[in-house]
Design a protein around this ligand. Structure first.
Ligand SMILES: [Zn+2]
Length: 488
């Protein structure tokens, strides 16, 4: 018996040594995927650029479900033409859809595929409950920040691009490759009348882009455990979107003084609990796997070992990542009940009760497969599961390549302007207009050149949205660099 135990222990320690050996080798040989970046001179940004961003914020170009402030969009249109006179006179403006704006900067070499940079003009409304330090549409410049709704999302992109273009035009720059700029007016409500139509127009024109870049991700100062440098995330895919309505329907309601064992509200509640207790399966693949491949060689021990050995650690990682809403969203289709409806009177049992549940669909799954899975989890014929009609539902985007010219140009330009950043591809967990351009481009990348802390993320769509002057200056420098690198 003792002999056997000794033999087992010997075998076990041998196995452990081999395992540690493999983990060590995998960790050490996991080489960096960062590319060298040239050191470039920092272009001066005039004070007037900040004032222009502030002034654009005073035009409340709000969109909300089924409504846009058309007056504000007309005003914003005039504002852009007046404030970027060279772009106004030297770029071609294409009339595609009202309120959205599309420009072309023709290149010298028509053999090169054009590049598309996009952003959006609309902003989300302001919740009256929110407490703002400076009024949300004042565009106040104070404490080295430009304050107001839209500064981060997404006027920083639109005006940042136009500032870069205006500078280059003033210097007489002529691109080799044609550039297109598309600024939608309804991104915040699904992009149906804006970017979706613009993408259709590009298709009709037979246009195909070398790459397209839209907002989506940014640079997070304290990016990931084990990384001491800021993390620049470039979205190479985005999740799909669908809101389902679950309805519990009974033949009879009745008086609340004589309830039977089954009520519509009770049935529906059970269904919601089942959905919450049975999250969609966690998967580390696609864009999230790429994120770990790019980030892990830059990490310190033991994180580098953990993320370089997914063959061994993926189970453990799935558990850790599932513990936090933000990281859980990277590895699964998420389930979020958002609207509940039942009953009209306190003493009447309703015959039906319904809930709207919002799902963000992981690439690899589809709206269809989500509906199937939801029906399977609930497993109750008395609950009707159907699409709710809210939002602009769509399947997950395809995954854009990282071994492409587009990704390389973006990576290089980020490295030149933000030399400290670790640049990684990632899965965008929110929707952007970018998804519409995947049919007309070799790749769609989602990146906003703004470096902020995790705590600042809550200002997007929240109160006290603001961008620092330094951040805005860097954004302009990045767009300038990207245009130069892409069109030389
Ligand atoms: Zn946005």
């Amino acid at each position: 018996m003792k002999k056997m135990l000794r033999r087992f222990l010997r075998l076990f320690s041998l196995g452990l040594i081999v395992l540690i050996g493999i983990v060590a080798i995998k960790t050490i040989t996991n080489s960096s995927r960062q590319i060298p970046a040239a050191s470039i001179e920092q272009v001066a940004i005039p004070e007037a650029a900040y004032s222009r961003l502030g002034a654009s914020v005073t035009i409340p170009s709000v969109s909300k479900e089924g409504w846009i402030d058309t007056m504000a969009f007309q005003q914003l249109d005039t504002f852009l033409h007046q404030n970027y006179p060279l772009a106004d006179s030297l770029l071609e403006e294409l009339q595609v859809v009202p309120y959205s704006k599309v420009f072309k900067w023709p290149g010298k070499n028509s053999n090169l595929l054009p590049v598309l940079l996009s952003g959006h003009l609309d902003v989300v409304p302001v919740d009256t409950q929110q407490q703002w330090v400076h009024p949300p549409f004042s565009g106040t410049i104070a404490d080295d920040f430009i304050w107001g709704r839209g500064t981060m999302d997404d006027k920083v992109t639109v005006l940042g691009i136009l500032e870069a273009v205006e500078q280059l035009l003033r210097e007489g720059y002529q691109p080799n490759r044609s550039l297109y700029f598309a600024f939608g007016h309804d991104e915040e409500i699904g992009g149906k009348s804006g970017a979706q139509q613009i993408a259709e127009y590009f298709k009709e024109q037979g246009l195909f882009f070398e790459y397209a870049m839209d907002e989506g991700y940014l640079i997070i100062e304290e990016g990931m455990s084990g990384l001491s440098r800021p993390l620049a995330l470039v979205g190479i895919a985005e999740k799909g979107y669908v809101s389902l309505r679950l309805t519990a329907q009974l033949e009879e309601g009745g008086h609340s003084s004589m309830p039977s064992g089954t009520t519509a509200i009770g049935l529906l509640s059970k269904a919601v609990v089942k959905l919450e207790k049975n999250p969609f399966p966690a998967q580390i693949n696609g864009a999230t796997k790429s994120l770990f491949e790019y980030a892990s060689p830059e990490m310190s021990f033991p994180y580098n070992a953990l993320f370089s050995n997914l063959w061994l650690t993926s189970g453990l990682l799935k558990n850790i990542l599932s513990g936090d809403g933000a990281t859980s969203a990277l590895i699964r289709t998420t389930t979020a009940p958002t609207m509940l409806e039942a009953g009209i009177k306190d003493n009447v049992l309703p015959t039906d009760a319904s809930v709207v549940v919002n799902f963000r669909v992981l690439p690899g799954e589809t709206i269809e497969s989500v509906i199937d899975q939801v029906r399977k989890i609930i497993n109750d014929d008395r609950i009707l599961v159907e699409e709710s009609g809210f939002g602009n539902p769509g399947n997950p985007s395809p995954i854009s390549p990282t071994d492409s010219l587009g990704f390389n140009l973006i990576q290089r330009s980020i490295g030149e302007v933000f030399p400290d950043a670790v640049i990684c591809p990632a899965l965008a967990i929110v929707m952007t207009d970018g998804r519409f351009y995947s049919g007309v481009s070799k790749g769609v990348y989602r990146f906003l050149p703004m470096m902020i802390s995790r705590a600042e993320l809550g200002r997007i769509h929240g109160a006290n949205e603001r961008v620092s002057k330094e951040n805005y200056a860097q954004a302009i420098r990045f767009y300038r660099r990207l245009i130069e690198n892409s069109t030389r």
